[in-house]
Design a protein around this ligand. Structure first.
Ligand SMILES: *[C@@H]1O[C@H](CO)[C@@H](O)[C@H](O)[C@H]1NC(C)=O
Ligand SMILES: *[C@@H]1O[C@H](CO)[C@@H](O)[C@H](O)[C@H]1NC(C)=O
Length: 409
């Protein structure tokens, strides 16, 4: 499976500090933010990507994602760099791991196919004013034996309706290949089978159409440009508003058409350049003022294509990919995320995409994770700074959600 992390990099430039969003360590929201969102438009929203794929190892064909190559989490074979803070999770959804915390207790993981987990995750989004989630549907999860992931999708629909959040199905092209299956036919059949999901009052619409995202066009090169054209054309004809998740350097590809994917990008209703790994805390501001403003905002506007800006808190995928260095300081105490949130609101895209709500494999999770002081000592993990509130990143995201909504009001 192709990692979404570090798809590109640019040179180190100048750091500028930006103020304006809640400081790390600020108190959790006192009042409920759970006023139902308007699901008829993406304008001015803040959605998070929801992997929802952390299942108890050994169940549902081993599609666990807690581990790399073993049926159970073991030291040296764990697939995640961050450990969720499971405070408040239903006990029946948790299981012990062999990772021992400083107080002698076992760190626990949750299983995502437990309804209480999905319910709690959408409640966290509602409590912090985050609009909802884009559910990641990998090619291998379509028609998955036991329907394990479909169950999670249905829990998400129920929870989104309950908490007044929106949700969208986001196909991830990883695992798909033009040479081995008809991707267009697979998607059309899948969407027909999920018609009760798409017709939910919580399912997002834009310009009167249900929204679908396809991530990885031009990145997952086993799907050819000609096939990309067929897929996007068919989904648009079927009445969907189509978002493509594409490489950060989509503009050069569209102008120079080196590989042919530029012709696919032009067909999208919206492009969402994937920026995770494209910059760091030191050179973000120049990236924002330069390429992101010129291309991801202005060039898209000229092309008549809507835009979505991706933000991420910093990341780490050392445990799942040991050749990638462990970088405990990539989040810079929240400064990196805060700057990007200010920058994204400033560009006023159609909506902001938070990568990701729960991505522990690549260390980009913004939901509560264990603090440094509580990290197990028998395996290296990335922790939350001890002086930050457990929900500090959710609070920052919620503040940005308020600001992008105000910019569109
Ligand atoms: C793939 O499926 C679509 C939708 O059913 C169909 O229109 C198309 O002709 C198929 N493509 C190929 C190469 O068979
Ligand atoms: C882009 O490249 C593809 C593949 O090389 C080619 O078929 C297509 O005609 C090109 N598009 C344009 C607009 O030149």
């Amino acid at each position: 499976m192709q990692s979404r992390f570090f798809l590109s990099a640019i040179g180190a430039l100048v750091l500028q500090s930006i103020q304006g969003l809640a400081a790390p360590g600020s108190h959790p929201k006192q009042q409920s933010r759970a006023t139902a969102i308007d699901t008829s438009t993406l304008n001015g929203k803040f959605f998070v990507g929801y992997q929802a794929w952390f299942r108890k190892p050994g169940e549902d064909n081993g599609n666990s994602h807690w581990t790399t190559d073993r049926p159970s989490p073991e030291v040296g074979h764990v697939g995640v760099d961050t450990i969720p803070d499971v405070t408040g999770y239903p006990q029946e959804c948790l299981f012990d791991t062999p990772f021992i915390k400083p107080d002698g207790s076992a760190a626990q993981f949750y299983t995502n196919d437990c309804e209480g987990v999905v319910d709690l995750h959408f409640k966290m989004m509602a409590d912090h004013g985050i609009s909802g989630a884009f559910l990641q549907r990998f090619y291998g999860y379509i028609n998955e034996a036991n329907g394990g992931w479909d169950k999670i999708l249905r829990f998400s629909k129920t929870a989104a309706e309950k908490y007044g959040r929106g949700f969208v199905i986001e196909y991830d092209l990883n695992g798909a290949a033009t040479s081995s299956s008809n991707i267009t036919a697979t998607y059309l059949a899948d969407l027909a089978a999920l018609s009760d999901i798409i017709s939910s009052s919580a399912y997002m619409r834009h310009n009167g159409k249900p929204v679908i995202e396809i991530w990885g066009m031009g990145i997952v090169t086993s799907v050819t440009p000609a096939d990309g054209i067929a897929i996007v054309t068919a989904l648009k004809r079927a009445g969907y508003y189509v978002i493509l998740g594409v490489q950060q350097a989509w503009h050069a590809e569209l102008v120079e058409n080196q590989t042919g994917y530029g012709d696919v990008f032009k067909l999208a209703d919206m492009l969402q350049p994937w920026t995770v790994g494209s910059y760091d805390n030191d050179n973000y501001q120049d990236f924002h003022d330069g390429r992101q403003a010129a291309e991801d905002k202005n060039a898209l506007a000229e092309l008549g294509i809507d835009s979505s800006i991706v933000v991420w808190p910093g990341g780490d995928n050392h445990n799942s990919n040991p050749s990638s260095p462990f970088n405990p300081d990539s989040r810079a105490h929240g400064d990196f995320y805060r700057k990007q949130l200010v920058g994204a609101v400033d560009l006023k895209p159609t909506f902001i995409f938070g990568a990701m709500f729960d991505e522990n494999n690549e260390g980009t999770a913004i939901y509560p994770i264990l603090h440094n002081k509580d990290l197990p000592t028998n395996q290296q993990f990335l922790g939350l700074d001890d002086d930050m509130a457990a929900d500090a990143y959710l609070t920052m995201a919620g503040d940005a959600a308020d600001k992008i909504a105000a910019a569109w009001a």
